[in-house]
Design a protein around this ligand. Sequence first.
Ligand code: GLN
Length: 475
Amino acid sequence: MDKRYTHLSDIQRDAREGTLTIGALIEHYLQNIKAHNPKHNVFLNVFEDEARQSAAEIDQKLQKGTAGRLAGLVFGVKDVLCVTDKELSCGSQILNGFRSQFTSTAVQRLLDEDAILIGTQNCDEFAMGSSCENSSFGPVVNGAGENRVPGGSSGGSAVAVQMDMCHISLGSDTGGSVRQPAAFCGVYGLKPTYSRVSRHGLVAYASSFDIIGVLSNSVEDAALTLEVIAGADEYDATVSTEPVPAYSELPATDKKYRIGYIQEILESNSLEPAIKEASFSLIEKMKAEGHEVTPVSFNYLDYILPTYYILTTAEASSNLSRYDGVRYGYRSGNSKDLESMYKKSRTEGFGEEVLRRILLGTFVLSASYYDAYFTQAQKVRRIIQEKTLQMLEDCDFVLSPTTPTTAFALGENTQDPLQMYLADLYTVQASLAGVPAMSIPRGEDLDGMPIGIQLMTSAFNEVQLLSFSKEVADM
Ligand code: GLN
């Protein structure tokens, strides 16, 4: 099989017509993994035998007409999602040797519909990073250029879809970790509304931000995947019980939308010219289709990253306190007593960026600084949330580039954490506000690096977000 499928519906059509078996499809992905993984470092574990076995079962089910709705969908998961009996590393050494005791709800729901899990994907340690250079298993390399980062933290998940090593990936997005790598790798990246998808079995980074998202080669398959994974779950008390609409229907409308583009971003001199050009040429196309596109102002851009990094490091310092060398994972062999065991296990087990964030988070939560940093950041988050919701009352979608630059070179930003944090400047707003957003691939810069455009909309408005993304994809 040398065909590249971007839509599950084509896979299912060919399977029905007898020109494709799921067995052959699995071999195709396994071959691509074998060819690209040594250089691109995408998959940490490949479930070769189980994937082949599931494929054979699904081919039989297809013949009998008993297959689930995701038959033929082969997916990978960022290695922050639990799968029973499989190793779970979160890109870290601290979980050394750990195997999950249960499967995350999102993964289980895909499996229940006969999707096939092909493996677990490399990522920044505990999903902290914007380039996939913080993995303790080595960096992931972008398929668009040998020396370029894929973005992060779901970088492995993005490259897997970009290089056709699986059909879709599940990633997690706390401040942009699905959308930013999607933009860097030229694929679609959907971050749903906060609480739309159960977090049961997703390793916590910053719990008031974390959400599972989808990376795909088509809007249709992002919509279908969301439809299957979203909705109430008895294992997660925080998940929304809002009914799950039939996202995959992608209703075609002739509705003319109001779209606001953030002036401070798009008119800034520091935005890369190719990204600016891609954004404005899309805006012209939207206008030509009869949509109303106007500049909107958002005066809080300077506050977005400080607020995000205070709140997420605070939450992370609490969430990551469970890795103590006692219960599971890595335990230092050099300790003399209980206290040095805690200290050495954590110092040796965590990488530099995670240590930095735990220290920062512990600092902003400490008694003397709590009000000055944590309480203050919570107030600013509320203001950013309110202003964002106001913007979204005045327009149906807010448009911006997904990222200020295209994929940068490996090593370019590793010595400068602040420069690295800037990669999330445009994605973090939706995360602070808890609203959904989609990154849509839109051309390339002069070096052939993909560009992504982000659409953000109000909470639980994924139906419109997806159907308009589809319209944009065809523009
Ligand atoms: N790059 C951002 C961070 O490091 C976002 C990460 C994420 O969304 N998980 O926090």
